[in-house]
Design a binder for this molecule. Sequence first.
Ligand code: GDP
Length: 447
Amino acid sequence: MAFDSLTEKLQNIFRQLRSKGRLTEEDVKEALKEIKRALLAADVNFKVVKEFIGNVQQRAVGQDVMNGLNPGQMVVKIVNEELTSLMGSETTEIALQPGKAMTVIMMAGLQGAGKTTTTAKLAGKFKQKGKKPLLVACDVYRPAAISQLKINGEKQQVEVFSMEDSRKPAEIAREAVAYAEKNGHNLVILDTAGRLHIDEEMMEELQQIKKAVTVHQTILVIDAMTGQDAVNAAKEFHEKAGIDGVIITKLDGDTRGGAALSVKAVTGKPIFYVGMGEKLSDLEQFYPERMASRILGMGDVLSLIEKAEAQIDEDKAKEMSRKLKKAQFDFEDYLESVKQMKNMGGIGNIMNMLPMGGLGKMKGLSEDQTSQAERSMARMEAMIYSMTVQERRDPDLLNPSRKHRIAKGAGVDISEVNRMIKQFGEMKKMMKMMGKGGRRGGFRLPF
Ligand code: GDP
C-alpha cells in the first residue's frame, strides 16, 4: 500500500522519542532530521519538506506539553497537525452550481494518469447525489479513448456525447453543452485529450475549450505512482490552464505517496478525491485528517491526543458554566464559546445532534433560521473583535465614543452595537436566574 515505507520510518522515529520521557532540544532536532529524510525518501517535494520541518520545529520548541501527554506524544501531535494542514486541512467538495443550474467540469491530465476512468467514476458519484451527468469525449486523437469512455459510461448508466467527425475539442464542448441543456442534463464532464508530456498544444486546447464554454471547475488528474513528476505537471497545468483542484489516482498501488503530500502546497489547490483501484466504484473523498493519521499509523497515540483535547474542552466548559452561574460571563467568554461551537460543526450541526425527544416539540432549526442565526453571530463577533481586550472583559467601559469606534471597526451602525450590549446584559441576567434556579449548567449556546 501507498505510504507503507514512510509510515514505518515515522513509527520508528516516534518510538524512540516516546521512550525518552523527557526530551532535550537536541532530541527533537535529531528526530526532525530523520523525519526530513523519511519525507524526502517518500518523494515529497524538497521545498515542501523544508517548510514542513521548519513549521514543526517552530511549534515543537518551547511548546507547553498538554496535560495527559508526554513530550514525545506532543511531537506526534504537532507532526499530525502539520501533515493535515499540508494536505489542505479541510475536505473540499467539487463546487457545483446551485440548484438546477448547469455545471461544466473539465478534466485535464497527462495520458495514462487515469483521466477517462476517473471521469466515469465521478459521474457515478454525482449520479448518486441526484445529478444528471453527460460525459463528453473531447479526445479527438485516440479513438480508443472515446470507446473507453463509452464503455465506462454504459457501466455507470450515464450518457456519453461524442462527435467522431470533429477535430476540434472546443467545438465538441460547445455542442455538448447545448445538447445537455436541451436534454435535461445538469452536469457536463468534459474528458479532454492527454499527452505523454506537457506541450503547448495541449494547454492551448484546454484554453480554447474554456473560451468556447463556461467551465465552472477544472480538475486535474495526476498519477500518484509518478511522484515528483506528477507534482511538477500539476504546477505547470495550474500556471497555464488554471485548475480548481486535483484528483490523485492509483493510491492503492505501491507508491511512496509524495504526490499526495506535496500537491496542495505546490499548487495551492485542494485534493478532491483519490483513486483507490481500477473499478469504477474505487474513488474516495479525500480527508486530509484521515490521510495524516493513516500515514502516521499511530491510532493509539492519536486517540490519546484526542482524549487530552476533549479534556481541555471539558475543563473550559466547566469554567464557562461556573462563570455563567455567577453571571461573570464577558465578551471574551462569548468568543470562546463561539469557537467551541464552531469546533462542534456550527449551530445547525449542534441542533441536529441534540436528542429531540427531550425537547418536546422543538425540531431543530430550518436552514434559513440556521443561516440567519449564524449571520447574526458573525456580526456580533465582528463587533466584539473591534473591542479592546479590556472592553471585552468589562463591558461597563463602553461609553458612547468607544461604542462609536466599535461600530466603525465592525462596519455596523452604532444602534446595532447598543442593541448587542443590551442583549448581552439581558442574557447575563437570564443566565444568573437559571444558575440560581439550580439548573445544571454545562456548555450553553452563545445566542
Ligand atoms: P487516461 O489516459 O488519463 O484517460 O487514463 P485511463 O483512464 O485510461 O487510465 C490508465 C490506466 O490506469 C487504466 O488501466 C486504468 O484502469 C488505471 N487506473 C486509473 N485509475 C486508477 C486507480 O485509482 N488505481 C489503479 N490501480 N489503476 C487506475
